[in-house]
Design a protein around this ligand. Structure first.
Ligand code: ZN
Length: 242
């Protein structure tokens, strides 16, 4: 089975459509969304409807969670707060019921899926350091765990008796005796200095993990964010992938 893994769409419809077009050419059997469909961008409703229709697994991210009013955004950056408040006002009742159906974690075809970390998924911990990875590994339900959240495609791996290793997201075939935390990057707001949308295809037979970077119409996404009067910094960062 070929599984497409997308995360952190962040209401960027141009990026989502470009990625879905590319996924069509990849002969995948299923598409999984790892959360944060809304927040930051100008098209939360259209992105939610598309993800709901096309993805078989839909996880809830922290921005989705806050948009549902489930957790205060007090520990958020001011920009994230502004966009969360804007998103909340924009969502329809239908959008809210779609968000409400999203799940916190799933295991399918021998892979574990979370938004942020398998360590207390509902607390949305960032996996940025070896220590974060060391906390996360014991909570992995399978040898391969896929996530998003940091918007940076990165891979941590752990061999029995050795400390975790960190590498930039790249195509590879997992070794059977290793555990992996695989961040698929962000569709709608990449932050690794590459503005192209990021997603991953995993093939359960060959065990290939394959990263894809997809160009999309960034200017059009930015124009719509300007019309929605979203913060300038959120608009500018799309062009530089930061
Ligand atoms: Zn995010």
């Amino acid at each position: 089975m070929r599984i497409a893994l997308v995360s952190d769409v962040h209401a960027n419809l141009e990026a989502l459509e470009a990625v879905l077009n590319h996924i069509e050419s990849e002969n995948t059997d299923t598409i999984c969304s790892l959360g944060d469909v809304v927040g930051y961008g100008s098209d939360p409703s259209a992105c939610l409807e598309l993800v709901d229709k096309i993805c078989q697994i839909k996880l809830i991210g922290n921005h989705d969670y806050y948009a549902l009013g489930r957790e205060s955004s007090n520990d958020y950056s001011p920009l994230a707060k502004i966009s969360t408040e804007w998103t909340k006002k924009t969502l329809t009742d239908k959008d809210v019921s779609i968000l409400d159906s999203f799940t916190m974690e799933e295991v399918i075809e021998g892979i574990h899926l979370v938004h942020a970390s398998p360590f207390k998924p509902q607390e949305f911990h960032y996996i940025l350091t070896h220590k974060d990875a060391a906390d996360a590994f014991p909570n992995c339900k399978t040898n391969l765990c896929f996530m998003g959240h940091t918007h940076v495609p990165v891979i941590f791996n752990e061999k029995p008796g050795q400390p975790p290793r960190q590498r930039v997201g790249h195509d590879f075939v997992p070794q059977p005796d290793c555990k992996y935390l695989i961040n698929v990057g962000s569709v709608g707001q990449p932050r690794d200095n590459d503005p192209r949308a990021s997603y991953v295809v995993y093939d359960t037979e060959t065990r290939d993990v394959c990263y894809h970077r997809i160009e999309y119409d960034i200017k059009s996404a930015q124009r719509k964010m300007e019309e929605a009067e979203l913060p300038e910094m959120l608009i500018e960062r799309l062009a530089v992938g930061k």
